[in-house]
Design a protein around this ligand. Structure first.
Ligand SMILES: Nc1nc2c(ncn2[C@@H]2O[C@H](COP(=O)(O)OP(=O)(O)OP(=O)(O)O)[C@@H](O)[C@H]2O)c(=O)[nH]1
Ligand SMILES: [Zn+2]
Length: 341
């Protein structure tokens, strides 16, 4: 058979078809890549995680036209697990959701042990630990000091709040008021107020402004009452956050971030309220007693246990009144509880 000769016109048509085909293919590849990269997503913008639900999180837009809006978002697979309070970069989709594409560095992290005892972050970027106590229930000895050490360890500024001030005149609770003065003398911020009567709440509102706050304290001191007074539009119930699901209402332990009307944020969940001392070394414990710091490293013996060694700088400070005997006892109790002896 004779070799088929194509006319110039035929060659031109074949070439044209091939060109069109490859243009289509490359357009398809472009489209596929675009959808992989999120071609139907809006521009990158900043946001904050305000709640999380398994693989999804609620993101509040921090700036731009969506500022203040909340979107339920997925995260890119290469990102670590996110927690409430995280500052992130995200892109809105066109279905009221979005994708989180980057996690900003965390200024602080609050940790809790999970069911296997592994420490896991539960909230990020908190900077204020509001330690609530009251004349009733009578404070557990050392509890406030434990919280203070935990705050120092986590890099949070503590605020000591003595609630139920209306009960201070009853019974023998006068010494509780003097505790507050002792802590104020150490340099801690303190407030005495009453969630019940509302007395002193304005001072608390001012203290919470410009901070991301967490409230902790033993059960019954009035944390829910305080939060309800500060966040009148949020029904917190006592200690439980409820979430509607297809199966009905159930209680979840997810941490949520709320904005106070007068400024400042609160991150709250039953898990967060249980924030306390975990995995701390004896040295970190010593550092957590702020008035001990000037004396650390000045004992005669480098391995001083600060029990009854001669030349112990801490014991000398107790003797001279620079460290209170109460705080020294508290340190010893906590140390013993850490090492289990
Ligand atoms: N007299 C008095 N009672 C208060 C005050 N604040 C709270 N209470 C009461 O203290 C009790 C405990 O308050 P809650 O707010 O549930 O305490 P909580 O710290 O949230 O407790 P948990 O949810 O168990 O952690 C309630 O009966 C409150 O009414 C106060 O300022 N004065
Ligand atoms: Zn010593």
């Amino acid at each position: 058979m004779a070799k088929r000769h194509l006319t110039r016109r035929q060659s031109w048509r074949i070439q044209k078809i091939q060109d069109e085909r490859s243009a289509r293919a490359s357009r398809r590849a472009d489209l596929a890549e675009e959808s992989l990269l999120g071609g139907d997503l809006g521009p990158e913008q900043e946001g904050q995680v305000i709640a999380h639900f398994g693989v999804q999180v609620d993101v509040e837009a921090s700036s731009g036209p969506l500022q203040g809006q909340v979107r339920r978002c997925h995260r890119r697979a290469n990102l670590p697990a996110l927690v409430t309070g995280d500052r992130i970069v995200w892109r809105a989709d066109n279905q009221q959701g979005g994708v989180i594409v980057a996690l900003q560095p965390r200024a602080t992290e609050l940790h809790r042990p999970d069911h296997r005892g592994q420490l896991k972050p539960v909230a990020a970027n908190v900077d204020r630990l509001v330690i609530v106590f009251a004349p009733l229930p009578t404070p557990h000895s050392n509890l406030i000091d434990r919280y203070l050490v935990a705050a120092e360890q986590a890099g949070l500024e503590p605020l000591l709040v003595l609630n139920k001030a209306d009960l201070l005149d009853q019974g023998d609770s006068g010494h509780i008021r003097s505790w507050l003065d002792d802590y104020a003398r150490l340099g801690y911020r303190t407030l005495c107020l009453s969630a019940g009567s509302g007395e002193g709440l304005d001072g608390l509102r001012r203290e919470l402004r410009d901070h991301v706050n967490v409230l902790v304290g033993q059960s019954g001191v009035g944390k829910s009452s305080l939060i309800n007074a500060l966040l009148p539009d949020v029904d917190l119930r006592v200690g439980a956050l409820s979430e509607m699901t297809g199966k009905g209402t159930h209680t979840t332990t997810t941490a949520r971030l709320f904005h106070f009307p007068d400024g400042g944020d609160l991150i709250d969940s039953p898990g967060i309220r249980e924030f306390g001392l975990t995995h701390i070394s004896p040295d970190e414990l010593l550092e957590g007693f702020i008035e001990f710091r000037p004396f650390l490293g000045h004992c005669r013996f480098r391995d001083c246990q600060h029990k009854h060694e001669p030349g112990c700088a801490l014991l000398e400070a107790v003797a001279s009144g620079e460290i209170s005997a109460g705080r020294m006892n508290s340190y010893r109790h906590i140390l013993a509880s850490l090492s289990g002896n």
